[in-house]
Design a protein around this ligand. Structure first.
Ligand SMILES: [Zn+2]
Length: 366
């Protein structure tokens, strides 16, 4: 049975009134038409970096919680996501990998992201400093083998001993090497890019700030043609002006909106836990109880999209950053990330105020 969804269809660079026709799990056609509802139809969101939501976390390796976290974000329009862990002992990384392989196989999440533990102690933010260490070829080899393709991204600080070899090894084994939580210089960051890193983990946050005599990771990543830069558009991690600047400097084709959400997303203010540290959420800002560093966000992708548009981006550009670019970063742009015939029917119907009305994943309404 062919289903038709009508509205203002957002495609790269344009908003076109018309119909999206869906046949089974895939988009059959996209066509222009008049007299359609004024709702927007946008591609399902692709979140490269998310630790949890709705009171459930990806960071403990608990399959039930992981499924609930993915379901929470799916209700907010995220139809493709990575399950991000934080810096952890090897045993937790191993057990979480084994636990999440079936979730990846069944498509609940598109893969596992290890944010750390191979990160800079100087720029660890809300990562638990007790678990930080230098990149370990033995750990990585064992994890990637165990995951059998389930591990999609690892964030590394390129200035650490062995980091460049680890980055090259990951890239050569089909895993995205991301640079982040780093105190690298501009040159050290570019060395990481040359070694094969293709993603910047929440650029600006958890990295040496830009200075005109030491541009550092921020300028290196924004300027690297082969790198997609993650941006946390929650209005807390990044000033809206910085978000705008980054999207212009690197273009929407190289910037990806992420949530970096923790389990507190969608939950009331209170006390939460992240990677073995207490986090206090007050007025949607999550901070470590000890030291007050900003922890993960309480963002959802629909809110990130609204904030990107509110900061001055066009809706097509914001959708490129929320779907198309992250899908390409994952190597999944032949399956998801746009409203095009032949792609998986992942779409979000938004009100004219960009509030989620309905979410479809693989042709099925949520
Ligand atoms: Zn994170």
């Amino acid at each position: 049975m062919i289903e038709r969804v009508s509205g203002r269809i957002v495609r790269p660079g344009a908003v076109v009134p018309g119909h999206v026709e869906i046949d089974g799990p895939a988009i059959l056609s996209v066509s222009a038409a008049n007299n359609v509802p004024d709702d927007f139809i946008v591609p399902g969101f692709v979140d490269l970096h998310c630790h949890g939501g709705g009171g459930h976390t990806f960071t403990t390796g608990d399959v039930r919680q992981a499924g609930e976290a993915a379901a929470f974000h799916l209700r907010h329009g995220t139809t493709t996501m990575l399950a991000s862990l934080v810096s952890s002992p090897y045993e937790l990384m191993r057990d979480a990998t084994a636990a999440y392989v079936p979730l990846v196989a069944s498509g609940v999440v598109a893969g596992i992201h290890f944010e750390g533990p191979y990160l800079s102690g100087v720029r660890c933010g809300a990562q638990n400093p007790d678990f930080l260490r230098d990149p370990s070829p033995d750990e990585l080899t064992a994890l990637i083998k165990l995951g059998g393709g389930a591990i999609r991204m690892v964030t590394i600080a390129p200035e650490l001993p062995g980091a460049l070899d680890a980055i090259a090894w990951l890239a050569g084994n089909g895993v995205i090497a991301a640079l982040g939580h780093t105190d690298a210089t501009y040159e050290q960051t570019l060395a990481g890019v040359t070694a094969g890193a293709t993603v910047g983990t929440h650029v600006f946050n958890g990295m040496r700030p830009a200075h005109h005599r030491e541009p550092g990771p921020v300028i290196a990543l924004l300027g690297a043609r082969t790198v997609v830069c993650e941006l946390i558009a929650d209005g807390i991690h990044l000033h809206p002006g910085m978000l705008q600047f980054a999207a212009k400097a690197a273009s929407p084709d190289r910037t990806a909106l992420i949530t970096d959400a923790m389990d507190a997303a969608g939950m009331p203010d209170g006390s939460y836990e992240l990677g073995g540290q207490e986090v206090i959420v007050a007025d949607r800002v999550a901070r470590l109880a000890r030291g007050g560093a900003i922890a993960g966000s309480t963002l959802t992708m629909d809110e990130a999209l609204r904030r990107a548009v509110a900061s001055g981006m066009s809706l097509p550009d914001a959708c490129t950053m929320a779907s198309t670019t992250p899908a390409r970063a994952l190597g999944l742009d032949d399956q998801v990330g746009a409203l095009e015939a032949g792609l998986r029917a992942d779409l979000v119907v938004l009100s004219p105020e960009l509030e989620v009305r309905r979410v479809m994943r693989a042709g099925a309404w949520i």
